[in-house]
Design a protein around this ligand. Sequence first.
Ligand code: CMC
Length: 385
Amino acid sequence: MGVLKEKGPIEYSKGLEGVIAALSSISAIDGKNGKLIYRGIPIEMLAKYSTYEETAYLLLYGELPTKEALEKFSAQMRELRVIPKKVEECIVELPPNPHPMDILKVALAHSALYDPDRQKCCREGVMRKVIRIIAQLPTMIAYYHRARTGQEVIPPDPELSHAANFLYMLHGKKPDEEEARIFDIALILHAEHGLNASTFAAMVTASTLSDINSALLSAIGALKGPLHGGANERVLKMLDEIGSPDKAEEYVLNALKEKRRIMGFGHRVYKTYDPRAKILKEYAEYLSDKYNDRKYIEIGERIENIMIRELGKKGIFPNVDFYSGIVYQFLGIPRDLFTPVFAMARSVGWAAHVCEYTANNRIFRPRAYYIGPDYVEYVQLEKRR
Ligand code: CMC
């Protein structure tokens, strides 16, 4: 039979490393020098001057908005934060134990059924669907958290920014300006990152000409894993397990000896310090001092020094997930919501890539190189042993 086996050299990249699968003008990563730009603008500038709403506009529409355009876009986001009553009723009835990332899938799938633009595939209709999802994910997360902890849900406040409103819906009190701003910056830093696993998952689904909700559901499923967005929650678990800075050395060296991964380190593209982690570390430091609670930051810094000493030459440095958890912890965000918060921020990057790719679509369909047997005879069931 042999015909099924391919001959000659093959090109194979495990995990698609280095494979260029799309052309994009949304963001670029310089993994050697630790640089990241959104639509050409360095993230340091966005973290300093922009807001999540403005960055979302930039990513979706390709340019910074004018004052009027930003006002219109922000107003639309605020208006769309309210989730359908049926979805609210469903969320508050969901069991309290599943991981909130699984809840997010249920809530997003459910809300898609009530989307007034569900049947629309014109650009305006798709954009409204996208903005609706970006606006509603925070409401879904906050409602679920309030309900599972036996508290009344807090409806969104149209007076508040995207970041401040999430903290308000979660805690039932308006955050101070500084905390809202730090959270806003964290959302900006998580908004987009090229063809990471979850974005690619969204693009694969969308490339079949499925709908945007299905694409973002694929993305949420991919983000949940500990090698991707699920790492942030595990970083805090590790810091707790270690307990104090003087125990970090033994913990890390043991983990490396046993070939276990240290969460929040390493990256497929960055072979140096992740620029997002640099900014988040500054805020983790700042909040640790502000609250006079340096336990986590000190363990974190000790781990960072050991990891860079041991694996820096291999290009292993802190990634975005290493210090984000410390920041979130000080903002009162429960640990199992760290990854959902990542999802609500990244929803804009997912949507931007889906829109960009499908505008000039071709279905994703890679191949596997067959390494199984050439020919196996079919044995009748009664003769099998
Ligand atoms: N701890 C210990 N060793 C590591 C780590 C780590 N965190 N990351 C990579 N390595 C080692 C790995 O063992 C391998 O060593 P060797 O060549 O001796 O076998 C080498 O570095 C290359 O690793 P890889 O798995 O081939 O790298 P990758 O590009 O396939 O994986 C990664 C990238 C992010 C999945 C990986 O670095 C990792 O598992 N990190 C921990 C989980 C994590 O923090 N994920 C968040 C990623 S950034 C934000 C996001 O995407 O959500």
